[in-house]
Write a protein of this length. Structure first.
Length: 442
């Protein structure tokens, strides 16, 4: 073979290999993309989506939705036993001063939490969640009553002291939102005296005022300000924090406490701006021009869409967030639960696929429980059984649930979220027999 022919053959071979490599890489990327979105279901389990086409391609970017079979391992007795163990854990884990959680149990990489404000906010939010869980699940149990009396006193004294930790960390918004929900539940629990009611209503009004102070300039709420760090935060509001606050404000309004309508309108508008045509939600407002990023896709939004759906439905957006849409995203949550669970217990935030963080696991199930509890009788048992089967299997040996190692807050807040979700999903409305026959010091 001449040198010229050899050069031609070499060029042809290199071109062929390069083309083959490009095609192979493209096929691999397509395959990986499908596995990211559909790891929990086989092709035979997928049904066509009703999502309309969109000029930006977002609504059409996932053309299938999962179909799930009935749960097989859920039973009322198992549910009662798991909830009793969770309630017992919370009662036994309460601090002496009535709160839950502490800044101990650090690890190599700890969430940024300026002292003391960051931990005041974490403890306030965690305590409020535990109060809500115990009122919801075992309000008449003697040991729970004692725990709630201590917790209520702590909440009344300490929650008004929670403030923004520094210019950047605004974790206090979580404490204000969950604090409102805890106080609303306490209004209908315990000794009904005018003085006690007045104190609880004053606490709710105080927390609403705090949320007004820390509403972001662009509308909505978040927990960081990495921009100008202004008095009214100049950072990016997040879809899920905004939704959490809107739920708390709606519950306050339903309890008869006045809520600023203009603030609610701005919050709803901020949440709707972050909603995509396929009913995913961007992580935060700075992603509104980058809606195709992985964190904003269906897999990344799996733990956020539930809370946003709850908030919008509570504020009257039923025509937008229809029952069919709620059911679709419950299907997604349970069919792709293993996907969301990949991030569970990972120590680094957002290190899982599609930037999912561990702390979205029980958070997502908490608000899925709200949606399940509101389903009509013919639909509720199907999803209640899935919730029970999913969460019972993940309960720890000590009775707790947790998804992200956050100092010493993760076990109480995770347990509280799981208990509220399970209670909302019960197919009866009876409180769970709790810990009256158990010594929590054992």
């Amino acid at each position: 073979m001449s040198d010229r022919k050899a050069i031609v053959m070499c060029r042809f071979s290199l071109t062929f290999i390069l083309a083959l490599s490009v095609l192979t890489l493209g096929a691999c990327r397509a395959g990986v993309g499908m596995s990211f979105e559909d790891t929990s279901v086989s092709e035979g389990q997928l049904a066509a989506s009703d999502a309309p086409a969109s000029s930006d391609g977002i609504a059409a970017r996932e053309t299938v939705r999962p179909a799930i079979a009935p749960a097989t391992d859920a039973s009322p007795s198992d549910l009662d036993a798991a909830m009793r163990r969770g309630i017992t854990f919370l009662v036994g884990y309460q601090n002496e001063n009535g709160s839950w959680g502490s800044p101990t149990r650090t690890k190599s990489l700890n969430i940024y939490a300026p002292v003391p404000g960051g931990h005041d906010a974490f403890r306030g939010a965690t305590t409020a969640l535990c109060i809500a869980a115990l009122v919801d699940t075992a309000p008449e149990d003697p040991q729970v009553i004692a725990a709630l009396n201590r917790a209520e006193q702590w909440l009344l004294e300490e929650l008004p002291k929670v403030r923004r930790a520094d210019g950047r960390a605004i974790y206090n918004n979580w404490a204000h939102a969950y604090g409102i929900q805890a106080a609303v539940r306490l209004l209908n629990w315990g000794e009904q005296t005018p003085e006690r009611r007045e104190a609880l209503v004053a606490l709710i009004e105080n927390q609403i005022d705090r949320l007004a102070r820390y509403e972001y300039l662009i509308g909505g709420w978040g927990y960081y300000d990495f921009n100008a760090q202004t008095q009214r935060p100049s950072g990016n509001s997040t879809s899920f924090t905004t939704a959490t606050v809107l739920i708390a404000l709606r519950e306050a309004q339903q309890a008869g406490v006045a809520v600023p309508e203009d603030m609610v309108d701005r919050g709803i508008a901020a949440l709707l701006r972050q909603r995509n045509p396929d009913n995913t939600y961007t992580y935060s407002s700075n992603f509104q021009n980058y809606r195709g990023r992985e964190i904003n896709r269906p897999a990344g939004s799996l733990g956020r869409t539930q809370v946003a759906n709850v908030a919008l439905r509570m504020w009257g957006e039923d025509e937008l967030i229809t029952e069919a849409m709620v059911v679709e995203w419950l299907d997604r949550l349970f069919a792709r639960n293993g996907w969301l669970s990949i991030g569970r217990k990972r120590p680094v935030p957002h290190e899982s696929w599609y930037a999912v963080a561990g702390y979205f696991y029980y958070y997502g199930h908490l608000y899925a429980g709200y949606l399940i509890g509101d389903l009509p009788p013919e639909l509720k048992p199907f999803y209640s059984d899935h919730m029970s089967q999913t969460l019972i299997a993940l309960q720890e040996d000590d009775g707790s649930w947790w998804d992200y190692p956050l100092y010493d807050y993760h076990q109480p807040y995770g347990t509280a979220m799981a208990l509220i979700a399970l209670q909302n999903c019960r197919n009866d409305t009876l409180p769970v027999p709790a810990v009256a026959d158990r010594n929590v010091d054992e």
